[in-house]
Design a protein around this ligand. Structure first.
Ligand code: CAO
Length: 415
């Protein structure tokens, strides 16, 4: 079967996490992704967080599937010549170097556009234009600057970052969308364009509901869906809401049977208005269906803490999976808190290709997260990440280099 992005060539000048997540997605959709790495060392993540000495780390392998790897020292004259040929050969250049690195290498947007006017040049940077435009940025910096940390955690604790890599992988997703839009526009204009996804902006986009709440707070000085209501005072900015949903359907994380010893024996429980009578029946509080203090969503906002405490008395009598089964019978929205161990063995995720076992010639078998986006006419087949420079000769040959020229480049340590 054909692939959605078959025929598109991506010059993958990315490293660490944000850029590689973007190009990995493009590769999964069928693009030919050529990862250009520093001769001799490669992407720094190959050697970071290693669990087996001398073997490409899981960090690297899990972010670079389905790509080809070519080693070129792009700071040498001959290396720049290789890069120029690659720019002419490819449709998209994706990079996430520190601000200015590509210009310093001699490949400004103007130069790239001159070499290949159809090329889309896509960049992840920590910040967009402004006072921090020149800063280097990693995941948690973006979470902090994008509004996630100040709105995550508990009211009486410090700001908190989340394990979901919304700054890196979240920005990679945004960039991939920008690239696809630019490629579609190119079909009409014949021209490439610059695509920029700043990490701060991507995180803020994912924190959109908190900017919504900031404005609601400024107008009404209270957020009735937040756990601070009705007992505590609100300040001037959106507070941390703990595990409350903070949205139109109140929710909370509740203990289940075994919570004393199992750190993940919890369930997320949502008291959706439509199923409130069912919630009351399940927990044995039928009186709450008609009691004025509980009967409407607005009335319940005054009593969310005692309501969830009462529901928790019920969830503590069930395992999270037993509770799920019962609640699903009544269409009550809920979800078990799954550990990574449970997710790794979840048969449905294996069956859908979201958790995939991959075989690597040096590392052996390992688990990875496959393509979470499913296209019915473009199935994803997850292939292992490339060894450093595995495809250097193959790609250089495609670019028109002969065997002697390749040997000479190798002798001069350009590749
Ligand atoms: N040959 C020769 N040199 C190469 C090369 C190659 N094939 N590939 C890269 N380089 C050089 C670059 O030209 C640059 O050199 P200069 O600093 O002399 O211009 C250098 O290698 C890489 O620079 P860097 O500053 O990007 O790398 P770093 O490890 O110091 O910083 C990071 C890493 C992530 C902080 C920075 O790249 C950054 O802020 N990127 C943008 C934001 C981002 O993507 N952050 C997410 C990080 S986690 O996903």
């Amino acid at each position: 079967m054909s692939k959605a992005l078959e025929g598109y060539r991506i010059l993958d000048f990315t490293h660490v996490q944000s850029g590689p997540t973007c190009t990995q997605l493009l590769a999964w959709f069928g693009a030919d992704v050529i990862k250009v790495e520093k001769a001799g060392e490669g992407d720094a993540t190959r050697a970071q967080l290693r669990d087996i000495p001398g073997v490409d780390s899981l960090y690297f392998t899990m972010l670079n599937h389905n790509k080809r790897s070519i080693c070129v020292d792009t700071k040498t004259a001959q290396g720049k010549e290789v890069l120029e040929r690659l720019i002419r050969h490819c449709d998209v250049l994706v990079e996430n170097f520190a601000p200015g690195a590509l210009d310093r290498m001699g490949f400004s947007w103007e130069r790239i556009h001159e070499l290949n006017p159809r090329m889309v040049v896509a960049s992840v940077k920590g910040f967009g234009p402004g006072p921090y435009a020149d800063c280097k940025v990693y995941e948690n910096v973006a979470q902090c600057a994008g509004g996630a940390a100040s709105t995550t955690g508990f009211d009486d604790g410090p700001p908190m970052v989340t394990g979901a890599q919304i700054g890196d992988s979240g920005t990679g997703l945004h960039l991939a969308l920008g690239i696809l839009a630019a490629l579609l526009q190119r079909q009409n204009t014949g021209r490439g364009q610059k695509v920029l996804a700043p990490m701060q902006d991507a995180v803020l986009n994912l924190c959109r509901v908190k900017l919504r709440d900031q404005q609601r707070l400024e107008r009404n000085h209270v957020l009735k869906e937040y756990p601070q209501y009705p007992d505590s005072r609100f300040g001037s900015s959106v507070p941390r809401a703990g595990n409350a949903s903070g949205g139109g359907q109140p929710g909370s994380i509740l203990k289940c049977k075994g919570w004393e010893t199992d750190p993940n024996a919890y369930i997320y429980f949502i008291t959706q208005a439509a199923v409130w009578p069912a919630v009351c029946r399940v927990i044995g509080e039928e009186g709450w269906i008609t009691d004025g203090a509980y009967a409407t969503p607005e009335a319940r906002l005054l009593h969310l803490k005692p309501i969830f405490a009462r529901i928790e008395q019920w969830t503590m009598t069930k395992t999270k999976f037993e509770a799920m089964e019962i609640l699903n019978e009544y269409d009550i929205p809920c979800g078990p808190i799954l550990s990574m161990q449970e997710i790794a063995h979840e048969p449905a995720l294996r069956a859908s290709g979201t958790v995939v076992e991959v075989d690597h010639p040096v590392r052996g078998k390992y688990l990875t997260v496959g393509n979470p986006i499913k296209l019915s006419d473009s199935p994803t087949e997850v292939r292992r990440s490339p060894l450093l420079g595995e495809h250097t000769d193959e790609v250089l040959t495609q670019l028109g280099y002969g065997p002697e020229q390749i040997d000479a480049l190798r002798a001069q340590r350009v590749i």
